[in-house]
Design a protein around this ligand. Structure first.
Ligand code: ADP
Ligand code: MG
Length: 729
């Protein structure tokens, strides 16, 4: 067998599960050990400093420098006691992943020695030379300064030996260059708008927080096999590979017994996560072979997202410890399930009420329905923007591939809530209800809780599903930064809530009673957003047709989808809500176009190389073997016998030739298209050219390679096959 592949397989067969040790018996004994959390702050900070941080977390007040100095002192003491030697500002640039630059605590001290220092200034702000981070033209290299600024709402933690401080990342002129800044702004916008609406129902509501519970899917591949697949190494997905005869047809991987090696990896991840205060709760096998999932208990959205990004980074490192490589790509393998990252989203008041959960009485249920209906309308109006926030070069392979929600946005509400909305739609006739109708409606609304608790209905095919006490945005890709989706979702909901409030207030001003005004506006919204409601099978062909009839959009092209960001109504929304200025929005979208182009370009280059250096040579070698064989037959047998015997071989030789010729021709054509695309200066047009003219070749060339994989002698095939990648562990 090809040496590389054989070595890899042998290595895997000799693997032993890696031992894992835990901090202590009870997770509660070490949970948050490496986090400068409330209990640590109480211990290491003065009362004054502690209160300053708490106030900043709760009400968003700024912390003055004097106080920052005190906090830095406490943080330093704690960090040094726990083995830290360095500190870093940690942020989410617009790349995939996070960024950090470590600085040692040391400064010159007396007598040529050094001392450990850490000041309020160092805690509050840093100025990394950030010219190499994507900005989409916001920041020129000659004004390369970027600033990171401490986000006190997400606690500092120790990663290995570094005190890590979550920060935002902005340009010299104040534009956001990261995911966190707009996320915080979008969370604040939703807070403000939702709090105002809650005032109709409960005057005690002073703030509303966004909750996020993410579910992270991933693949684990043995590192020896991974290293033998240059496409996995360089692009995170297999650019070729014939489907394995058996993969997920039998559904025997989902929730099945977790292999020991994998289980050890998971334990290791959980130990680290728990020390870092990441509340991982579930783990299980997913549908595709070698695919797994983990999920924490939900948290405040900004913190939850920091935790997701941090954990992805940790998972990469721990996977290596166990001789695995982790794949977060949305579609590493053709023909089997890809990976997503469900975003479970809800809004919660400072009084502890989950606004996405039915309440205990008609009043709180009306509040619940208000939030459901406004969310519905927000998704309806923002369907294209929501899609733009999650559709990437990777995720486009997954959406709609009979495993993941389609590229059509719709909302699943379940029968109970749907019926309730129907009722509200019918009940409020002519914008005025009789007292009886009103009582009946209130009674019905009051009945929701029991019904929903009974409900087990769960629609896995919906991209945006109501699941009893939250909405689940399921179209998010596994490699994504959740912030991308959350910024858009929170913005849309905040904007819609503002409109709702305006409409209700206008009616109240005309002496319509408050409840009645709310009913009337909700009815309008229910009618307007009806097309987005869909409880059926999102995977079916009928839905595609039906959605079209309803006027819902269905876009699979990344460049086309991205253009939604720059639509006048959305530009206005982001500006009004102070989430993105026009320059920020433009820069951000440009980064996304660039990212798309780069990813396709890299895939195209890798495929072109592998095709010519790995595949074609072995195909020719095997073909030569066949030719030799035919020549020998001719020597040994008489003409008539030879004709009978050589027929099948000659066919095979011709078929191989056809594939080789096609690969070569298509490869050249693809390179030509790349060259043509590269000289287009307009980034949008270049992205469209890559999408329309380069990307299709990836699939076309692959088809020929995958056919050759079935023909060519297994002994010669140089790359680990799907059956090996997916079933060897
Ligand atoms: P599933 O059946 O979809 O896998 P899980 O029970 O695993 O559901 O939960 C998925 C995620 O949803 C978890 O992170 C969980 O904490 C989160 N979740 C539960 N309730 C809420 C809520 N009210 N708001 C946000 N997330 C929630
Ligand atoms: Mg799940």
């Amino acid at each position: 067998m090809a040496q590389f592949r054989l070595n890899a397989l042998t290595e895997v067969m000799n693997r032993k599960p890696v031992e894992v040790s835990r901090e202590a018996n009870l997770v509660s004994d070490y949970f948050g050990k490496l986090v400068f959390n409330q209990s640590k702050m109480k211990k290491y900070l003065s009362k004054e400093a502690y209160n300053a941080v708490m106030e900043a977390i709760e009400t968003g007040t700024t912390i003055n420098r004097k106080m920052a100095d005190q906090i830095a002192q406490g943080m330093k003491t704690w960090a040094l006691e726990n083995g830290a030697t360095h500190y870093t500002h940690w942020f989410h640039p617009l790349t995939d992943g996070t960024a950090e630059k470590h600085d040692a605590f040391i400064e010159h001290g007396d007598n040529g020695g050094v001392i450990e220092t850490f000041s309020g200034n160092m805690l509050a702000q840093q100025e990394p030379d950030a010219s190499s981070f994507p900005s989409g033209g916001i920041r020129q290299t000659f004004e390369a300064r970027g600033y990171t600024a401490w986000d006190p709402t997400s606690p500092a933690f120790i990663s290995e030996t570094t005190l890590t401080i979550p920060t935002i990342f902005i340009s010299y002129t104040g534009e956001a260059l990261d995911f966190k800044t707009p996320l915080l702004r979008a969370i604040a916008a939703a807070d403000k708008a939702a709090t105002a609406v809650c005032q109709y129902f409960d005057k005690d509501v002073l703030s509303v927080r966004t909750n996020l519970g993410w579910e992270q899917e991933y693949f684990l591949i043995d590192e020896a096999l991974y290293m033998a697949r240059p496409d996995l190494v360089l692009t995170g997905r297999t650019l070729m590979g014939h489907q394995s005869s058996k993969d997920q047809q039998l559904g025997d991987h989902y929730f099945s017994s977790i292999p020991t090696r994998v289980n050890r990896f998971m334990q290791d991840v959980e130990n680290e996560a728990h020390k870092l205060g990441i509340p991982i709760k579930n783990r299980h096998n997913e549908v595709a072979p070698n695919q797994y999932e983990l999920a924490p208990i939900y948290e405040e959205a900004n913190l939850a997202n920091d935790h997701n990004q941090l954990l992805m980074d940790i998972m990469h490192k721990i996977a290596r410890r166990h001789h695995f490589r982790i794949l977060f790509h949305e579609k590493p393998f053709k023909g089997i399930n890809g990976s997503g990252k469900h975003n479970n989203w809800s809004l919660q008041t400072n009084t502890g009420v989950n606004l996405c959960s039915p309440g205990k009485n008609p009043k709180s249920n009306l509040q619940f329905l208000t939030f459901v209906v406004n969310t519905l309308k927000a998704v309806y109006d923002g369907q294209d923007l929501l899609r733009a926030s999650i559709l990437t070069a990777g995720n486009t392979h997954r959406l709609g591939a009979n495993e993941a929600p389609p590229s059509i946005l719709s909302v699943f509400l379940g029968t109970e809530v749907s019926n309730m909305l129907d009722l509200m739609e019918q009940a409020v006739v002519d914008r005025k209800m009789t007292p009886d109708e009103k009582t009946a409606l209130k009674l019905n609304i009051g009945r929701i809780p029991e019904i929903i608790l009974d409900s087990t209905d769960r629609n896995r095919t919906s991209p945006f599903a109501f699941t009893g006490n939250r909405f689940e945005f399921r179209a998010v890709g596994s490699s994504a930064n959740n912030a991308s989706a959350l910024i858009v979702l929170n913005a849309l909901v905040a904007y819609q809530l503002q409109k709702f409030q305006k409409a209700v207030d206008a009616l109240i001003e005309k002496n319509v009673k408050k409840d009645e005004a709310i009913f009337q506006v909700l009815k309008e919204l229910i009618i307007q957003s009806k097309p987005i409601r869909f409880n059926g099978d999102g995977y079916s062909e009928e839905w595609v047709k039906e959605a079209k009839k309803r006027g819902l959009t269905n876009i699979t092209s990344v460049p086309e989808s991205l253009s939604a960001y720059l639509r006048p109504e959305f530009k206005k929304m982001f500006k009004d809500l102070e989430i993105f200025s026009e320059a920020e929005l433009k820069g951000r979208v440009e980064v996304e176009y660039e990212k798309f182009i780069m990813k396709i370009q890299i895939e195209s280059r890798v495929l072109a190389d592998l095709a010519i250096n790995h595949i074609v040579p072995v195909a020719i070698e095997y073909q030569t073997m066949l030719l030799e064989n035919v020549r020998n037959l001719k020597e040994v047998f008489d003409a008539e016998e030879y004709k009978k015997l050589a027929g099948a071989r000659l066919e095979l030789i011709k078929t191989i030739n056809e594939h080789i010729s096609a690969i070569k021709a298509k490869r050249e054509a693809m390179i030509e298209e790349r060259k043509k695309s590269n000289v287009i200066s307009d980034v949008v047009k270049r992205a469209v050219a890559y999408d329309k003219n380069v990307k299709p070749y990836l699939e076309e060339i692959r088809e020929h390679i995958d056919k050759l994989e079935l023909i060519v002698d297994n002994e010669k095939w140089p790359l680990p096959k799907y059956r090996e990648l997916l079933f060897t562990r």
